[in-house]
Design a protein around this ligand. Structure first.
Ligand code: PEP
Length: 244
């Protein structure tokens, strides 16, 4: 199975999100490809409706961990589930590094997502400073341990995304051979927390031009795409290149 997931971040308003969903829903792929989009909370219900009969799964970009109550501005994992989406990103680098989410917050969000019955796409990745100081493996292992140690999966599906922070939105991707090397380390490490195989995607400046270099490698189970997923021409081009 190869995954091609698009994180629309805060690039698209409601109308633009539904417009893009209307274009993408026409794309048909073989059963061994899984497509997905992650729209804003505001557009979620309408994108879910638009994508209903399509090849796309739909997920949230984040989900609050409290179940209900006096949490101004939050949308809970259960609320997203109720809106009809099936997946959620957890611990995206912009949540960690722009909004200061800690490994502990990420753990709580993962538990809430599992509790709500969403498929979690857990994002991990080292900073440039980590990499320069030979701490890539340390950072990834720590993020995995904090998120997964002792976690009750209860049959929940988990997907990982290896997204080096320095590669996200920079146009400076981690080349595919290095991404595959790191993903192998992640797959080895995760065995202590989860006996089932966990797909690991690569994310960080994936484009129409470089997507094949990732999806053609057996170690890399797909891609999580930000900027290039927010426009119909680049995302359809990227998907076409990846599946042909
Ligand atoms: C992302 O948002 O997960 C991402 C990888 O962004 P970009 O493709 O823009 O680097």
């Amino acid at each position: 199975m190869k995954y091609i997931f698009g994180n629309w971040k805060m690039y698209l308003n409601h109308e633009e999100s539904v417009g893009l969903a209307n274009v993408l829903k026409e794309i048909k792929v073989e059963d061994d490809v899984k497509l997905g989009v992650f729209p804003s909370a505001l557009a979620m219900s309408d994108v879910v409706q638009t994508m209903k009969e399509s090849s796309f799964v739909v997920g949230s970009q984040d989900a609050g961990f409290p179940e209900k109550g006096a949490y101004t501005g939050l949308v809970s994992a259960q609320m997203f589930k109720d809106s009809g989406c099936t997946h959620t990103l957890v611990g995206h680098s912009e949540r960690r590094h722009v909004f200061g989410e800690t490994d502990e917050d990420v753990r709580k969000k993962l538990e809430a997502s599992i509790g709500a019955g969403l498929v979690s796409v857990l994002c991990i990745g080292e900073t440039k400073e980590d990499r320069d100081n030979d701490k890539t493996e340390y950072r990834l292992k720590k993020q995995l341990m904090k998120a997964l140690e002792g976690l009750e999966f209860n049959g929940a599906e988990l997907i990982l995304a290896y997204e080096p922070v320095w590669a996200i939105g920079t146009g400076d991707p981690c080349f595919s051979d290095e991404a595959a090397r790191v993903i192998n380390l992640i797959k080895e490490d995760i065995k202590q927390y989860q006996s089932q195989e966990v797909p690991v995607l690569y994310g960080g400046s994936v484009s129409e031009d470089n997507v094949v270099s990732y999806v053609s490698l057996p170690e890399i189970d797909g891609v999580l795409v930000g900027g290039a997923s927010s426009k119909s021409d680049t995302f359809t081009g990227l998907i076409n290149n990846a599946v042909t």
